[in-house]
Design a protein around this ligand. Sequence first.
Ligand code: 13P
Length: 255
Amino acid sequence: MNPAKRRTVIAGNWKMNFTPAQAKEFIKNVTPLVAGKDNCDIIFCAPYVTIAAAMEAAEGTNIKIGAENVHFAPKGAYTGEVSAEMLRAIGVEYVIVGHSERRQYFAETDETVNLRTKAALAAGMKVILCLGEVKEERLAGITDEVVGMQTKLDLAGITAEELKNVIIAYEPVWAIGTGLTATPEQAQETCAVIRKVVAGLYGEEVAEGVTIQYGGSMNDANAAELLAKPDVDGGLIGGASLVPEKFAAIVEAAQ
Ligand code: 13P
């Protein structure tokens, strides 16, 4: 983290978990554990049907609720999709775009990730843009090239002004849901590579202000050493974001 230069953001990605009632219960339980922890932004990204209940439960707290995806078209014949305008209409401020599970299971490409990012930004939302290499790419020694290419393609056409509303989440795919965490050194190294690519696109000063999270089996036991790295500006947390005590411990590590 480098709080002097950029905001630390600890975000939960609930994925396909929690009914509205379960989300309310979770928010009720986690609220007192993270109250007053103002050195980071705290966000939970929820399934579409759970967003409203979570927002209601989080009202008046330091917790913000986001979505896990958004479609790029303003409206139309896209069965099962949700537009940026729809999310804004219910007060959603944050949205995850380009998660590896979307890329892997739902044919998301850098092109559609870029379109979704632009649509969310145009609607006034903040985007958590996910990218990261798969295991074969890391083993082949091409991680830097892969994340560099994703960064360039996913941010294509996005202005420096718009970039202020983009958080990048570096999520090595091999570390997601596997219990295998990148070492703090690996996380630092790749987050720094991403920042360098952003600097190449937008200049050093802009890049220094961009929050770059790490995601992939981050939990209460490893968060402190990951967040101690200068280019790791927060976490995007899956499994551990479903357990109030574990998530709160990660927020604590960011203080
Ligand atoms: P896990 O923390 O469960 O590995 O998930 C990480 C993730 O995909 C967050 O978006």
